[in-house]
Design a protein around this ligand. Structure first.
Ligand code: ZN
Length: 433
């Protein structure tokens, strides 16, 4: 048995501030005790340390929060971040599809997967729901790299039998490859699978039906796709699925709207879609930096809250402009304001941690820094730059948190811990393990 003790300021949210009172759990001088990678105890140092006499104590400098959980990101698009000049459909054709073709090569996929996971940890992200490409090899490479780092990750092979030349599968290949990947990887260590049709337009009706069958046949597997991101996309979906009452309904007809369904974006949703999402317990990965970058629009937090839609936060790299969920939390605040919604910094932290965890059905394991959970956490530095130091000196907890979300990014992540092991240390440039 390995026992570790970490002392420092600790902050987490125990539920969505939009749903319940007093969700903030904060210890100004806290103690986190970790036994074999899991949190054995947490609370004020003065109290908890009494139960662990003789335990060596490591003092952490900064604000300890749960590891961030990215609810929507494409690892194969890492190298296409900051590609200029297009909205969604043209951006895909011009920048993304050519890059994804290279993932037929397992060596290329393995290299990018390594680089991507290193970047995630540097940004304080310890779990994510991740798109591969249409190639099964891309998912093999990703899972192998995540397993080697003992990360809690969810990924899936993209289904797209109507995709462009070189990025097209078939109905039967989609079924067979997905079944094989689920059998090999789902539930292996900390890894889980998501059935991943790219979006409504890139799959035939027959393939969308297969996706629904796969989801029904494998309880515990997620459904991960895109929804109502861009107006031209929505018009094209309406033209193809003329019988569907709205975009979400096009998925619903194939059994793809369930409590295990995670839809990225949902920028332009009719009230009916929000009602339906809330009714079944499906949710949205809000991706503000991507929505700004591609000119897609701004997520309507007020509408989602009115209907009680589950939300998490996603970077959506490569359309997103930062892997930092701190930075994306700050942009989520900016996305809410024009619609009259003032996103509280504690709720923004919830979206990036417990909210995403609940959306991804991993909230039993991570996201809350609660006793019994896996010890994935981040140490944030609210004085990471001279300007941040100036803004946060003597400030309240809410102000410090908001300043880190508005001004911070990977520079504000001093350390990242996975299962109690330090896997990234900003000040030394590497992990200890
Ligand atoms: Zn995406």
């Amino acid at each position: 048995m390995t026992l570790q003790g970490f002392r420092g300021e600790i902050l987490s949210l125990s539920c969505d501030p939009a749903e319940g009172p007093d969700p903030v759990r904060h210890e100004a001088d806290g103690f986190l005790v970790i036994e074999d990678g899991r949190i054995a105890a947490r609370g004020p140092f003065a109290d908890v340390s009494l139960h662990f006499p003789g335990l060596a104590v490591e003092q952490l400098r900064g604000l300890i929060v749960p590891g961030f959980i990215d609810a929507h990101v494409h690892y194969p698009q890492l190298g296409r971040i900051a590609s200029h000049g297009e909205q969604l459909l043209d951006w895909l054709e011009r920048h993304i599809f050519p890059a994804e073709k290279a993932f037929a090569d397992p060596v290329h996929a393995a290299g990018v997967a390594e680089e991507f996971l290193g970047e995630l940890l540097r940004h304080g992200t310890t779990s994510a729901l991740v798109f591969g490409t249409v190639h099964a090899a891309s998912v093999e490479a990703f899972f192998a790299a995540a397993e080697a780092r003992e990360l809690r990750m969810i990924c899936g092979k993209v289904l797209m039998d109507l995709g462009p030349e070189g990025l097209r599968d078939t109905v039967e290949a989609a079924r067979a490859e997905t079944e094989a990947l689920i059998a090999k990887w789902h539930g292996r260590g900390r890894l889980q699978y998501a059935v991943t049709p790219r979006y409504a337009l890139t799959s035939s009706d027959a393939q969308l039906a297969v996706a629904g069958e796969l989801l029904a046949a494998h309880p515990g597997v997620l459904l991960h796709t895109h929804l109502a991101e861009n107006k031209a996309e929505i018009a094209a979906v309406a033209a193809r699925f003329a019988e569907a009452v709205d975009y979400l309904d096009a998925y619903d007809r194939f059994g793809l709207v369930t409590d295990r369904s995670v839809f990225a974006h949902g920028v332009h949703l009719p009230d009916r879609s929000c009602e339906r999402l809330a009714e079944v317990g499906a949710g949205i990965a809000v991706c503000p930096s991507s929505n700004f970058f591609l000119g897609s629009g701004m997520f309507d937090f007020a509408q989602a809250e009115r209907h009680g839609v589950r939300l998490g936060l996603g970077s959506d790299i490569g359309a997103g402009t930062s892997l930092s969920l701190l930075h994306n939390a700050g942009l989520a605040y900016q996305a809410g304001l024009p619609g009259g919604y003032v996103l509280d910094p504690f709720r923004a932290l919830w979206l990036a941690t417990g909210g995403s965890a609940r959306l991804l059905h991993i909230d039993g394991e991570v996201g809350l820094l609660a006793e019994g959970q896996e010890a994935d956490f981040v140490v944030l530095d609210d004085a990471a730059t001279p300007l941040m130091a100036r803004r946060t000196a003597g400030a309240s907890l809410a102000e410090r948190l908001f300043a880190m979300q508005t001004l911070g990014d990977d520079r504000a992540v001093r350390q990242t811990y996975v299962m109690g092991r330090c896997v990234w240390d900003r000040d030394t440039g590497h992990g200890h393990a």
